[in-house]
Ligand binder design. Structure first.
Ligand SMILES: Nc1ncnc2c1ncn2[C@@H]1O[C@H](COP(=O)(O)OP(=O)(O)O)[C@@H](O)[C@H]1O
Ligand SMILES: Nc1ccn([C@@H]2O[C@H](COP(=O)(O)O)[C@@H](O)[C@H]2O)c(=O)n1
Ligand SMILES: [Mg+2]
Length: 477
């Protein structure tokens, strides 16, 4: 046991960028984005996975004058949210089709008035999407001012719904659906220039008709309906798609919101590594009972490394300046040096290599907890660095189940003088019961995990879980 207590030569580790700590994520189900094909059933979300109760999608409203760059901004946000399922719903899809008579006098028709849209149908579709049902959305043809009678766009359930259109802030019922409202603010002359180009190139109009429509309907409607709705915006983006800073900030905010599992909101010290398809894929592999031991070890190691890096990224740091080989000053940060690992034997030992790989020469202590009966836990062994009370402690156990072992280990660390807020518990999967148990008793302890599972079964095993982790990792199953 003594062998594992390496002599520390100052921790040296590669931490994640500190700002990533805000981008924690839940175990929501990444899947392919919604299909955008006509009459086409798209890929369904995978079923039977380790998701908590389904959460309502995050709804973003994007409003702004014609040709302000709404669609462009939405596309840029979607690109940045590539790890999440995002669907774009255009208010334009809900334009009422013109009757024969209206078509004959199309130049008289006001496409910029709220009555031009079937808002009830939009509300019905949005309501279904919010409640997790897929919907068929009409396809509108700007050339003949009608909806396509045979085709529709099937939109599937998703993590984020972006609703975009000139009048999406006009109706309070539509506004009430939104978790975030963005107004794209672009100069009127730029918008008119873009509109002329777009409508002549893409919508089969001539310049004169565009100018005529603009002066008669588009501009007055902007002044009467769109501009007054700007006050409802949470964020105003000047210059539309040219404003990369604003779009980055918005995408980051959405990621943060998406990443907030309900338990993360309840306990601010719970961090879930931001989910990606890679992470989801690795979880799929290690949870598969058919996987071979080498594969289980390989993918567990990859996930553990991510959790460890995420944990290290949450440690305090100090500012530091260095001189680069060009003689310039680089203002950076210095890692927290006083830290150590403690693994809960035996599964926690699987996490030691990742910690060593990140923190050169780190001291790693051990705690062995022997289960006695169903409810009690008895600690039978520990070997910890003598100066542990002065260190930040990364406590490691791949599975947080009931929370009993974790609490017992944390209690032991506390009794050696480690302050609660110097303890970070790293694991791969957490049961909500375990999170409640630890966070209620030790609210200052930080928990970093890669997924929060559904819960515990009657045998106190995490479900869907991944079985006896230690046996699977060390090949003794
Ligand atoms: N930042 C930009 N620079 C140049 N052209 C742009 C920019 N943003 C949008 N456009 C062009 O202007 C037109 C209108 O943009 P779009 O995003 O469709 O606006 P909206 O959806 O608000 O009507 C499109 O042809 C688009 O390619
Ligand atoms: N048949 C139609 C329907 C709508 N319009 C114009 O489209 C504008 C809204 O779309 P944006 O992408 O520009 O937001 C709106 O200003 C309508 O005038 C149309 O010309 N013909
Ligand atoms: Mg558009």
């Amino acid at each position: 046991m003594e062998d594992v207590l390496d002599s520390a030569v100052g921790a040296h580790f590669s931490g994640l960028r500190r700002d990533l700590r805000r981008l924690s994520s839940s175990s929501s189900l990444p899947s392919s984005p919604s299909s955008a094909t006509c009459n086409d059933a798209s890929a369904a979300a995978p079923s039977g996975l380790a998701s908590p109760a389904p959460r309502q999608p995050f709804v973003i409203g994007v409003c702004g004058g014609t040709a302000s760059g709404k669609t462009t901004v939405c596309d840029m946000i979607i690109q940045q949210l590539h790890d999440h399922r995002v669907v774009l719903v255009n208010q334009d899809s809900f334009y009422r089709g013109l009757t024969e008579e209206e078509s004959e006098h199309v130049e008289e028709y006001n496409f910029d008035h709220p009555d031009a849209f079937d808002t009830d149908q939009l509300l019905e579709c949005m309501g279904k999407l919010k409640s997790g049902q897929s919907v068929n959305i009409p396809i509108y043809d700007f050339k003949n001012h009608r909806r396509c009678s045979e085709s529709f766009r099937k939109v599937n359930v998703s993590d984020v719904i972006i609703l975009e259109g000139i009048l999406v802030f006009h109706d309070q019922r539509v506004r009430d659906l939104m978790d975030m409202k963005i107004f794209v603010d672009t100069d009127a002359d730029i918008r008119l220039a873009r509109r002329i180009r777009r409508d002549t190139v893409e919508r089969g109009r001539d310049v004169l008709s565009v100018l005529e429509q603009y002066g008669r309907f588009v501009k007055p409607a902007f002044d009467d309906f769109i501009l007054p709705s700007k006050k409802y915006a949470d964020v105003i983006i000047p210059r539309g798609g040219d404003n990369h800073v604003a779009i980055d900030l918005i995408a980051q905010h959405i990621c943060t919101k998406l990443g907030q599992h309900d338990l993360c909101k309840l306990y601010p010290n719970v961090c879930v590594v931001q989910t990606t398809f890679q992470i989801r894929g690795m979880h799929t592999l290690i949870r598969d009972r058919e996987i071979t031991t080498p594969d289980f070890v390989f993918y567990s190691d990859r996930l553990i490394r991510l959790v460890v890096e995420h944990g290290l990224g949450n440690l305090p740091f100090t500012e530091k300046q260095v001189v680069t080989p060009t003689g310039s000053v680089y203002s950076g940060v210095d890692f927290c040096k006083k830290l150590c690992g403690v693994s809960i034997v035996r599964s926690g030992e699987s996490m030691e290599n990742a910690l060593r790989a990140c923190c050169k020469g780190i001291k790693i202590g051990k705690i062995l907890i022997h289960r006695v009966g169903d409810d009690g836990q008895q600690l039978i062994y520990n070997k910890l660095p003598s100066d542990i009370a002065e260190r930040h402690v990364l406590l490691m156990d791949p599975v947080l189940g009931t929370g009993n072992s974790a609490n017992q280990a944390i209690q032991l660390l506390r009794s050696t003088g480690v302050p609660e807020d110097h303890i970070m518990f790293l694991n791969l999967i957490s049961a909500p019961e375990g999170i409640h148990c630890v966070c209620k008793r030790f609210p200052g302890v930080k928990i970093v995990t890669s997924e929060i599972d559904a819960g515990l079964n009657e045998e106190y095993r995490v479900v869907p879980g991944l079985g006896e982790y230690g046996d699977r990792y060390f090949g003794t199953d």
